[in-house]
Write a protein that binds this ligand. Structure first.
Ligand SMILES: NC(=O)c1ccc[n+]([C@@H]2O[C@H](COP(=O)([O-])OP(=O)(O)OC[C@H]3O[C@@H](n4cnc5c(N)ncnc54)[C@H](OP(=O)(O)O)[C@@H]3O)[C@@H](O)[C@H]2O)c1
Length: 347
């Protein structure tokens, strides 16, 4: 039999990837840029804002060498290798396409698109321009979730059968980007996406059918409370999320012989140890078993480092466009189910 060997590209995994940031968004200046500036090989070299003064202020504060007063100028900067896109949700796909057309790699905030169909355009430009594009689900690079996956694979809770998640906070601000229905506002796109991506990742499968129950804010017309039931080939996932409930987050993973609880599943602070409880179910009240403690880590730094390594040919983009498409298809089906009142199949 003929064997063809494809040579491994020679890359320097430590050569820095030079990042540019599109928009002085809260998440960028508050979390992602500081994390990148502390990373091994992901320096932020440029930032753009619709206001040059705002870009300059962010650049000065975060030690970023170049500031631009328009997004296109940053995309045209030949000394930027990769773009981080934290724009409002409706601008994720259009600006990510512009960046990729200019030959830039793109890490784009969640939710990557307003619906699954939009992602086809990103797949097309990624393949044609031979760039990397991924969705910024920082939870997927956090070691606590790698640890949970390992525990499941080792059989510590028997057979995985049920994943249950919740994510809520209270913010009712008409000026917030999440309060605009036409911009992809609402709780399901903003935070419901987390338990969905984690459930799909833990099962290693796509749900075959889903049911969604969604309540809109009567004035803002975006969903303020959403719940979903996802039927997987080997089990079920349930979740609820809200932008108008007491702040809380939880994720519980149930197997035939045990239960795993992740103390802070989605946004563990970078200076906070992470605890995972493994309950063997032997105590009726409370929990019996083991608590695993992981050192504090900045998941936004790890996200940037894993993406930069993928750009340098080491490893894969943590959340690929195909993976992002799977998540969006579930969200689309949940919105549809909430309207039809029936089970719907993610397309
Ligand atoms: N991964 C996470 O942990 C996480 C956490 C929070 C948010 N996010 C995601 O990050 C994105 C931004 O969220 P955010 O809370 O940081 O929002 P934000 O503070 O409102 O930032 C959005 C930025 O988009 C730019 N922009 C462009 N056109 C705009 C318009 N017409 N109106 C308003 N802003 C416009 C603005 O930058 P300039 O004014 O500088 O141009 C603005 O600062 C969302 O997709 C969200 O889902 C992710």
């Amino acid at each position: 039999m003929k064997t063809t060997r494809i040579p491994t590209p020679v890359v320097d995994e430590h050569e820095p990837v030079r990042w540019g940031v599109l928009g002085a968004a809260n998440i960028a200046v508050g979390k992602v840029i500081p994390a990148m500036q502390h990373s091994a090989h992901s320096p932020v070299v440029a930032i753009a804002s619709r206001s040059l003064a705002k870009a300059q202020a962010a650049a000065e504060k975060h030690g970023i060498p170049r500031a631009y007063g328009s997004y296109q100028e940053l995309i045209d900067d030949p000394d930027v290798d990769a773009i981080y896109n934290p724009l409002p949700n409706h601008l994720h796909v259009p600006w990510s396409i512009k960046a990729a057309e200019a030959g830039k790699h793109v890490l784009c905030e969640k939710p990557l698109a307003l619906n699954a169909d939009e992602i086809a355009q990103l797949i097309e430009v990624r393949d044609r321009k031979q760039v990397h594009i991924g969705e910024a689900f920082m939870v997927r690079t956090h070691p606590q979730w790698a640890a949970v996956r390992e525990l499941i694979a080792e059989g510590r809770i028997g057979e995985l059968r049920l994943v249950a998640g919740h994510f809520s906070y209270f913010r009712r601000d008409p000026n917030d980007v999440r309060s605009r229905p036409d911009w992809g506002g609402g709780a399901l796109l903003d935070i419901g996406c987390y338990p969905i991506t984690l459930s799909r990742w833990l099962f290693g499968e796509e749900p075959t059918e889903v049911v969604g129950v969604i309540e809109d804010d009567p004035e803002l017309k975006v969903d303020r409370l959403a719940s979903g039931l996802l039927k997987f080939p080997s089990g079920q996932a349930t979740f609820s999320c809200s932008m108008q409930l007491v702040p809380f987050q939880m994720m519980q993973i149930f197997g035939t012989e045990g239960r795993i609880q992740v103390e802070i599943p989605y946004s563990p602070p970078f200076n906070h140890e992470c605890r995972i409880l493994i309950d063997d179910g032997s105590e009726f009240v409370g929990a019996a078993g083991e608590v695993i403690t992981l050192p504090a880590v900045d998941q936004y730094r790890l996200q940037a480092e894993r993406f930069s390594e993928a750009v340098r040919g080491v490893g894969k983009v943590p959340v690929s466009l195909e993976d992002a498409r799977g998540n969006m298809a579930v969200i689309d089906a949940l919105f549809k189910s909430a309207k039809t009142g029936r089970w719907e199949k993610p397309a």
